[in-house]
Design a binder for this molecule. Structure first.
Ligand code: BES
Ligand code: ZN
Ligand code: ZN
Length: 463
C-alpha cells in the first residue's frame, strides 16, 4: 500500500471524520464513536466515520475510527481511497500520525492460509496532511513493523522455530548498523545457560539465544536492552497444558516478535539511540528428553532453581537471558516483554498489559508511552512477601510460589525475574492478555496476533 499526501482527493472513495457536534446534517448518522455510514453521491462513495464530541476526541478514538474506515474500504473491495485529515482540538501532528496508524494497522490481514485473498489496497491518499514525506515514511515503517510482528505470531509454530527467529534477526544485518549474535544449543550449554538449555531440551528444534546490537548514537553511550520471551510453542512440557489452553500457544513468542518488530523499524529508521535486543528462543515440548518437575538447575547467574512446574518456563529462559545480557553488554536499563502468565488476563483482561518494575522513573516513562500509543500498561507491586514465596527447599529459588494455585501468579512471575536483574533499572511487561486477541477485530486490533509492544517500545525509545 502506498500513502500519498495530496491537497485534494483524486480517488472516488472518500473517508471523512465527523464529530457529533459538526453542523453537517447527515440523515440517520449522529457522528458517535464506532459509527460508520456509506453514502453514494454522483460518482463518489462517501464514507463517514464518527468520532464523538470534538472536545472529547482522542488519538485512540481517531485511530479506531480510521481503522473502521479502511476496513469499510476493504469490504467494498476498493483499491484506492482518500482520507480527509480532520481538524480537532488536538496536536495536528498527533492527529496525522493517528490516521496513518489507523490505516496501516486497521488494514492488516493474515491472508496466507486463505485460498481466496482479499483485494489488496494500492494507494491511500491523505488529504490536508502537513507531515513531511520522510515523517510519513517513518510512520509507515513503525506500523509495518507492527504488522511484521503480527505475521510472526500468526504463523505456524512448526514454521517459526527458534532457529527461524534467529534467521529473522539476521535479516536486519544488511547495511543497517545492526549486528546479530546467535548462541546455538552447544554454546548455550558450554556457557552454562542451563535454564534455557533445560527448557529447550524436549524439542528436536534446538534452543538459541539471539542478541541484536545497535549503536546509533554518537552523542550518548546510554544503552537500553529489551528482552523478549521467545517460546515458539508452549505445550507446558511435562506439566502439559490441557485442551482449551494449548491451542493458541504458538503466540508464546509474542515478546520476541515485538523485539524483532522494534529492530525491523530501527533497521529502516536508524535512530540516534543505542539498543540491545535479547531473545531466548525455545520450544517448550513434551517428550522423553524434556526437563522434569522436581529437577534443580544452576542458572547462568549462579542461583539454583527448583522446577515445580515445567509450564512456568518463560521466567526460566528470561532469567538466564537477562543475567547474560547484563553481564556481557552492561545496559543502563533493561525491559523484558513476555507472555508470562495467564493470571494477567484475570487481572487486566485483553486491553491492558501488566507492568512491574524496580524503578519508578522507568515505570513512569513506560506508562506514559503506553498512554500515548494506546498500548496501555498498569503497574502491580512486587512486595517482599511475593519474593519470599519463591524461597526453595533444596535449591535457592522455586520457579512457582508456595501460594495457593492462582494466587498473585503474575506478580510471582515478575518477582522471580527480579532475582536476576541485580540493581539496574528494570521493567517487566506481561503481555499474556494483550498479545493475542481471541475476540475478533476491534478497530486497529486484529483477531489473533496484535503486535502489542512494538509501538510502545519505539515510543519509549523516542522514535
Ligand atoms: N505461556 C504461558 C502464559 C500464558 C497464558 C500466555 C495464557 C498466554 C495466554 C506461561 O508459560 C504459563 O504457562 N504460565 C503459567 C504459570 C503457572 C504454571 C505458574 C500460568 O500462567 O498459568
Ligand atoms: Zn508455560
Ligand atoms: Zn509460556
Amino acid at each position: 500500500m502506498i500513502l500519498k499526501s495530496l491537497k485534494s482527493p483524486r480517488t472516488a472513495t472518500i473517508v471523512q471524520f465527523l464529530t457529533n457536534d459538526t453542523p453537517v446534517a447527515l440523515a440517520d448518522f449522529e457522528g458517535k464513536t464506532d459509527e460508520v455510514t456509506i453514502r453514494y453521491e454522483n460518482a463518489q462513495t462517501l464514507i463517514f466515520c464518527g468520532i464523538g464530541t470534538s472536545s472529547a476526541c482522542t488519538t485512540a478514538i481517531l485511530r479506531c475510527a480510521t481503522a473502521k474506515g479502511i476496513q469499510t474500504i476493504q469490504k467494498l473491495k476498493r483499491k484506492s481511497a482518500s482520507f480527509l485529515i480532520p481538524a480537532l482540538p488536538l496536536d495536528q501532528n498527533e492527529i496525522e500520525k493517528a490516521v496513518i496508524d489507523g490505516i496501516i494497522l486497521g488494514a492488516y490481514k493474515f491472508n496466507k492460509y486463505k485460498t481466496e485473498k482479499s483485494t489488496p489496497l494500492a494507494t491511500i491518499e491523505l488529504i490536508n496532511c502537513a507531515m513531511s514525506r520522510s515523517n510519513i515514511r517513518k510512520q509507515q515503517y513503525i506500523n509495518d513493523a507492527v504488522n511484521y510482528t503480527r505475521d510472526l505470531i500468526n504463523e505456524n509454530a512448526s514454521v517459526i522455530t527458534p532457529p527461524r527467529l534467529a534467521s529473522e534477526a539476521c535479516s536486519f544485518k544488511k547495511n543497517t548498523g545492526i549486528s546479530v549474535t546467535v548462541l546455538d544449543a552447544l554454546t548455550l550449554a558450554k556457557n552454562k545457560l542451563n535454564l534455557i538449555t533445560a527448557v529447550g531440551a524436549g524439542s528436536t528444534t534446538p534452543p538459541v539465544l539471539i542478541i541484536l546490537e545497535y549503536y546509533g548514537s554518537k552523542r550518548s553511550k546510554k544503552t537500553t536492552a529489551i528482552v523478549g520471551k521467545g517460546v515458539t510453542f508452549d505445550s507446558g512440557g511435562q506439566n502439559l497444558k490441557p485442551t482449551g489452553n494449548i491451542e493458541t500457544m504458538r503466540h508464546d513468542m509474542a515478546g520476541a516478535s515485538a523485539v524483532l518488530g522494534v529492530f525491523s523499524a530501527i533497521a529502516k529508521i536508524r535512530p540516534d539511540i543505542n539498543l540491545i535486543g535479547i531473545i531466548p528462543a525455545v520450544h517448550n515440548a513434551i517428550g522423553s528428553k524434556s526437563y522434569f518437575p522436581g529437577d534443580v538447575y544452576t542458572s547462568y547467574a549462579g542461583k539454583t532453581v527448583e522446577i515445580w512446574s515445567t509450564d512456568a518456563e518463560g521466567r526460566l529462559i528470561l532469567a538466564d537471558a537477562i543475567a547474560y545480557g547484563i553481564e556481557k553488554y552492561h545496559p543502563d536499563c533493561i525491559i523484558d516483554i513476555a507472555t508470562l502468565t495467564g493470571g494477567i488476563l484475570s487481572a487486566l483482561g485483553e486491553y491492558v498489559a501488566g507492568l512491574f518494575s524496580n524503578n519508578d522513573e522507568l515505570a513512569g516513562l513506560l506508562f506514559n508511552a503506553g498512554e500515548k500509543t494506546g498500548e496501555r500498561l498498569w503497574q502491580l507491586p512486587i512486595y517482599k512477601e511475593y519474593c519470599d514465596s519463591l524461597k526453595g527447599d533444596i535449591g535457592d529459588l522455586r520457579n512457582i510460589s508456595k501460594f495457593k494455585k492462582g494466587y498473585a501468579g503474575s506478580i510471582v512471575g515478575a518477582a522471580f525475574i527480579k532475582e536476576f536483574v541485580r540493581d539496574i533499572p528494570w521493567a517487566h511487561i506481561d503481555i499474556a492478555g494483550t498479545a493475542f486477541n481471541e475476540s475478533g477485530t476491534q478497530g486497529i486490533i486484529p483477531q489473533f496476533g496484535t503486535g502489542f509492544g512494538v509501538r510502545l517500545l519505539l515510543s519509549f525509545l523516542g522514535i
